[in-house]
Structures are given as C-alpha cells and as structure tokens.
Design a protein around this ligand. Structure first.
Ligand SMILES: NC(=O)c1ccc[n+]([C@@H]2O[C@H](COP(=O)([O-])OP(=O)(O)OC[C@H]3O[C@@H](n4cnc5c(N)ncnc54)[C@H](O)[C@@H]3O)[C@@H](O)[C@H]2O)c1
Length: 438
C-alpha cells in the first residue's frame, strides 16, 4: 500500500518505519525541516532501540522516504496518517491545532479516495471534526479512522510490530477492509484487531493511559503509607501482584510517572469530564498524587540534610522519564533537579542517552557526565531517578570511594536493604525502611 505519515516524532517515525518494514511504500512528513533534513542524511533524531537499523534498511530498499511537502505526500498516498503532537492546552485540554491544520492540508491536497487515520491521541469527537474539516475542502471521497497508538517509548518497535491489540474506530466498510489489510502482518499470532466506533476508539486510548497512571499513583500512595508505618512496599508489591485479579505489571512505586503521554492524557480526560459535567474524582487524585510524588525524593534529601542543601553536591543518575529513551518531557528528574538547584545544591548528572536533551533544558546550570561514576566524584549523595539497567548492579565499593558521603536516595527501589547495610551506605528508597549508618 502507499501511505504517508504526517508527524515524525516518537510515534510517527516508528509507525512509518514499521509499515515500510512490512512492505508498504511510506512517505514520512514533518514541518520541522531540520528533522527531515537529518533523516534524509541518515541521522535519527530520537533514541529508540532498533529504530536506526530499521530506518536504514527501509530507506535503502526505497520503501521509506522523508519530506516536508505534505500536499505531494498526500497525492501519492492512499492512506494518510496524522501522527502530530497533541500537547496540553492552556486549560488541560488536548491542543488539536496541529491535528486540525494537517486535516485541512490533507483536504486541500486530495486527488481521489483516501483513508485519513488519526494516530495521535485525540479527544472523543475528533474523528468527526477531522471529517468535517476535510469535507469542507474537497469533493473527493474519504473515510476518517481513529487508530490510537499504544506503543511504549523504549520498546516502541517491539510494541508496534507485536501489539497486544490494534484498535480501529471506523464508520465505513471500505476503510475497515483497508485497515485490516494494512495491519494483517502485525496480528499473525492471534492478537486481535478490535473494530469499534471512532468515539470508542478515541476513549479507549485515554482509558488505557488513565488505568495505567492510576495503578502507579495507587502503589505510590501505598508506598508512602508503608514509609510512615514501617512496612516494605517491595514485599507488599510482590504480595499484591501475585493475585491474579491484580497482576504485577505497572505496580512499581517510584518518583511518579512522566513522559509525553500520561500527564497530559490524564489532564485531558479530566477536562473532557468537566466539559460534560461528569465527576472525575479518581482522575484528579491520580494527577495530584503524581505531582506530589515527583517531589518526594527531593523532600527526603532535604530532610536528610536538615533543610540545608546550599553548597551540597548531589549526583543524579538517570534523567529520561524512563529507561531506553532520551525523552525528558515531564520527567521527574526535571522537578527534582529544579528543586535541588532552587535549594542551592550543585547537581552532577549522568544519563546513558539523555544528556543532550538535558543540556537543552538546563544549559550550564548543572554539570553533565558521560560516565556514571564520574558524576559521583565529591558527591554528598546520589539520587537514582531512572531505572536504567546499568544502575541495577553498580560497583558499590567504587561508588563509596568516589563519593564524599556514602548516601543513596533510590527513587526506583533497585537495591537490597541488607546489602546496603552491609556495604555501609545510608540508603533511602520509596516506601521502605531507611538504612542509616551509625
Ligand atoms: N510518545 C509516545 O510514547 C506516544 C505513545 C502513544 C501515543 N502518542 C501520541 O501520539 C502523538 C504524537 O506523539 P509523539 O510523542 O510522537 O510527538 P512528538 O512531539 O515526538 O512528534 C510530533 C511531530 O509532529 C510534527 N508536527 C507538528 N505539527 C505538524 C504539522 N502541522 N505538520 C507536520 N508535522 C507536524 C512535529 O514537528 C514533531 O516532529 C501524540 O498525540 C501523543 O499523545 C505518543
């Protein structure tokens, strides 16, 4: 099939590349000429495991191309994906300006029947709005389909190629058949394509993110209770997760969720509820708990140093909002580092891939280290903020040797309490009894 994907961010670039990998001709389009120029020169603007290799292969096979010319891409395509950003608007709602601009531009460029697919996360009713916008600009026939994306950054290729399910919200039979054909290679192991109305598909995406965010906020609240009452949330988490009705995924306490999706999607759902006068008490609590949780590690640090952080040197391991990505949008590390800087601390940061993204955010306000251990030199404490695999079994004696004081604040509960005690660290994690050296 011939398709274009408008928006070459984390979703559009992965989707376009994976569709090319299954044999389709794909044109990736973006307004960002710098990004398109880089892609045309073989540079991948984001870090996503496996993506670069897949792009190279499909570019060399001439199935995957990049351009800024949207009308040309639309004219040469039968299916047009909209995968542009839908950031948080001023009142918490999803900002649809990019989606609607692209819809209008597709309408203007139409030269025959097209399936127009909303892949961006968009509020209920957007497929109908896109339809209306396109209809106002062309006499050619078309169908608008809602096809929300469930990939996780850091495992995006695997998720896209082996989805748990594909959700297609459609109204016409013709579009349904085309989408079924397009997704056939991705559902060969029996994982289903679910067909539903566009309104249900749009809500499914928000509901999925809200459920996941709620699990995180609930386990974080339980962790804070454990902290106050002397339980170890790691034991509690295991005890709860083995209950088949509950399950163990997404039940890791920590420094709160971040990223470009959960925070804005929970807020957008709250705004949808407000618009329709429907109470959203759980969603509001999920959001509030998360905002507080992002400050938790900083508050522990502040207490440990009796409220005096001026002149202290604090190392931070992990900046991206989760491992295996360089994405720092809404990352807890940003809240934590801003708070540390605000309290007068000096910050020495390391991340395996997100240092460039961090430099764009913090400039010369913090110090950056390519090697994790270098960030520890002279530090009064180290904060583990992202659970990168390489932080799971570090060389503890070397850490101790490098640091001014052997103090670890672990926002991801990576280490054993007994081991920390034996190694001589002061160790504060989330929802676990602290280890203090006498
Ligand atoms: N990132 C994720 O993990 C993820 C997962 C599932 C769904 N989503 C949703 O997918 C959508 C895209 O997310 P993302 O993370 O890929 O965003 P992103 O910010 O990484 O990328 C968006 C891209 O769209 C481009 N763009 C903006 N306006 C444009 C226009 N008018 N014409 C052409 N290109 C334009 C931008 O230049 C950018 O490259 C959002 O709605 C998001 O909520 C994201």
């Amino acid at each position: 099939m011939k398709l274009c994907v408008v928006g070459t961010g984390y979703v559009g670039l992965v989707a376009g590349t994976c569709f090319a990998e299954s044999g389709n001709d794909v044109i990736c389009v973006d307004v960002d000429a710098g990004k398109i120029g880089a892609l045309q020169h073989g540079e991948v603007p984001i870090y996503e495991p496996g993506l670069e290799e897949l792009i190279k292969r499909n570019v060399s096979q001439k199935r995957l191309t990049f351009q800024t010319d949207l009308p040309d891409a639309v004219r040469r395509s039968d299916i047009c994906f909209i995968a542009v950003g839908t950031p948080q608007g001023t009142n918490g709602e999803a900002d649809l300006s990019a989606v609607m601009a692209v819809a209008g531009a597709i309408g203007d460029a139409m030269n025959g029947y097209k399936v127009i697919v909303d892949k961006s996360t968009v509020p209920v009713g957007t497929a109908a709005r896109v339809s209306e916008a396109v209809r106002g600009r062309t006499a050619h026939p078309f169908d608008v389909v809602s096809n929300p994306e469930f990939l996780k950054e850091g495992a995006a290729i695997e998720d896209f190629q082996k989805p748990d399910r594909v959700v297609i919200g459609h109204t016409g039979e013709r579009a349904r058949r085309i989408m079924e054909e397009l997704y056939k290679p991705f559902v060969r192991t029996g994982n289903p394509i679910l067909f539903m109305s566009p309104e249900s598909a749009e809500m499914t995406k928000y509901a999925a993110n809200a459920m996941l965010a709620a699990r995180i906020s609930l386990i974080n609240e339980i962790a804070n209770l454990c902290d106050a009452m002397g339980s170890d949330v790691e034991d509690v988490r295991r005890g709860v997760g083995l209950d088949r009705r509950i399950g163990s995924a997404f039940l890791f306490p920590g420094v709160g969720y971040g990223g470009s999706c959960f925070p804005k999607d929970v807020k957008a759902l709250i705004t949808m509820a407000d618009t329709h006068d429907v109470p959203s008490d759980v969603l509001r609590a999920v959001d509030q708990i998360n905002s507080a949780q992002k400050r938790l590690l900083f508050e522990k640090v502040l207490r440990h140093f009796d409220g005096r952080l001026r002149g202290r040197c604090i190392a931070v391991w992990g900046l991206s909002f989760k491992p295996r990505t360089d994405d720092m949008r809404e990352a807890p590390s940003v809240t934590i580092i801003e708070a540390l800087l605000g309290a007068g601390a000096q910050v020495q940061a390391h991340d395996p891939v997100a240092l460039d993204a961090a430099r764009r955010l913090f400039g010369d306000r913090i110090h950056y280290f390519d090697v994790s251990y270098d960030a520890l030199k002279g530090a009064d404490a180290v904060l583990i903020v992202t659970e990168w695999p390489e932080f799971k079994q570090p060389d503890f004696p070397r850490m101790k040797e490098l640091m001014r004081q052997p103090v670890i604040f672990d926002g991801r509960n990576l280490y054993e309490l007994a081991a920390m005690r034996a190694l001589g660290f002061t160790y504060c994690a989330v929802g676990r009894p602290p280890v203090r050296q006498q």
